[in-house]
Design a protein around this ligand. Structure first.
Ligand SMILES: Cc1ncc(COP(=O)(O)O)c(C=O)c1O
Length: 421
């Protein structure tokens, strides 16, 4: 395509971006040698207080990644060998993989809504007498329809865990995500909306879960400050086997994003609404809408669905958009049931995973047709470049998307392909 475009395409640096103040504060900590904290110093406690307030939960524990937070949550809730845990097939792998370390059996469930989230209806068919817990991910920041899921968990005596790693600032029926389950985790790492580079938190309404997670992740000083249950205090000196502490430097960086969260949420929402209205008349490439009563917060992921005349041509559309300079791609992390780990077990068999007894299956490898169809139709926009109120960038995207769609609709389809991962 040789079109000349009106709007210049200039991407700001990719997220995470840190204010000068945050950079000065971390430099000051480095200057004082405060690069670790075995205890519960002001950087960690401020971050934990902020995340507890954001989710309305009384207890929060900072750890060194979202993955560590998930492992700690499952461990502290007592999930163990043979326990079946219903989890989404559309999620990041580490929502699920820590369960393998505990000898639990992840049960992959299909997407039930247009955002790729599980619903009570896609979870329910997988209940068995061995089901112990439900884990949900608020995928790309759009909340799961929680009321029926909470009811399903309650009616069946199941634990409920929320993975909110995409959903900083998201709300469901006016309540923040992270406030529905027995434990919720947020990654505070990488390109997440709130990022300390590496980091994560666990929030919970249960003091015992908080204390067990503290013992797992931080022996001695931190657990001495946190653990009060007389049944658990004897283990403070040794801890329970891991050291997963968050660095105070990472806390300061993540805190700087939390302090700016309202502005970030406004900017992302404004950009998305503008794109939605600019593409309102663009056929076949449709932004995912927001369900009533839901606020997708900082919109960790922004996706367009390829539909209508372009259906089945996602990879061709991506290639054509990229040729105009747009930073679009298929979404990261294909449905987990397509992944070798879940489809056939680790290479070399389960013996590679000492926590899992040989022969214990991951159930079910599939089919999960809704998750497949959604993932095969989505195009990810670069949400990590859309964090400023930046109408020029949005306009440049809308202009190129509209032109590419018009061009492709005129041309015969190439043979549709299905991407792997
Ligand atoms: C949904 C989800 N859960 C968990 C994680 C893991 O977080 P971390 O990278 O901080 O370990 C990620 C990371 O991308 C994620 O997207």
């Amino acid at each position: 395509m040789t079109t000349r475009f009106r709007h210049r395409l200039v991407h700001p640096p990719e997220w995470p971006v840190y204010t000068e103040r945050a950079q000065r504060e971390t430099a000051r900590l480095v200057g004082r040698g405060r690069t670790f904290d075995y205890g519960h110093g002001p950087e960690i406690s401020r971050l934990e207080e902020t995340m507890a307030r954001l989710t309305g939960r009384p207890h929060c524990l900072a750890v060194n990644s979202g993955t560590s937070a998930l492992y700690s949550a499952y461990f502290a809730l007592g999930i163990g060998p043979g326990d079946e845990v219903l989890v989404p097939t559309l999620t990041f792998p580490t929502t699920v993989t820590p369960l393998l370390l505990l000898g639990a059996v992840p049960v992959l469930c299909d997407a039930g809504d247009a955002h790729g989230n599980v619903t009570a209806d896609t979870l329910r068919p997988h209940l068995t007498p061995r089901t112990r817990a439900i884990g949900v991910t608020h995928l790309w920041g759009h909340p799961v329809d929680m009321d029926p899921v909470v009811e399903l968990a309650r009616a069946n005596g199941l634990l409920l865990i929320e993975d909110c790693s995409h959903a900083h600032g998201s709300t469901y029926r006016g309540r923040p995500v992270g406030g529905f389950g027995d434990a919720a985790v947020f990654s505070l790492g990488g390109v997440k909306t709130v990022s300390g580079g590496m980091g994560g938190v666990l929030v919970t309404p249960h003091r015992r879960v908080h204390e067990m997670a503290s013992l797992l992740t931080a022996f001695r000083q931190r657990s001495r400050a946190t653990v009060e249950d007389p049944a658990l205090t004897p283990y403070i000196g040794t801890g329970l086997g891991a050291n997963l502490r968050m660095s105070p430097l990472a806390c300061v960086l993540a805190q700087s994003h939390l302090d700016d969260l309202d502005r970030l949420l406004r900017a992302k929402a404004g950009n998305f609404r503008r794109l939605e209205s600019l593409l309102a008349d663009c056929p076949d490439l449709v932004p995912l809408t927001t369900d009533p009563g839901c606020d997708p917060g900082a919109r960790y992921g922004l996706h367009l669905a390829v539909t209508g005349a372009l259906e089945g041509r996602r990879d061709e559309v991506v290639a054509a958009l990229r040729a105009t300079g747009l930073k679009v791609r298929p979404p990261t992390t294909a449905p987990l049931h397509r992944d070798p780990l879940f489809a056939s077990g680790p290479p070399g068999g389960w013996a590679l995973h000492p926590g899992v007894r040989p022969g214990r299956p991951v159930r079910p490898a599939g089919p999960h047709p809704r998750a497949d169809a959604l993932w095969d139709s989505w195009i990810a926009l670069p949400a990590t470049h859309l964090y400023e109120e930046n109408s020029t960038l949005v306009d440049a995207y809308a202009e190129r998307i509209t032109a590419v769609v018009a061009d492709l609709r005129e041309r015969a389809p190439a043979t549709p392909t299905r991407s792997g991962r």
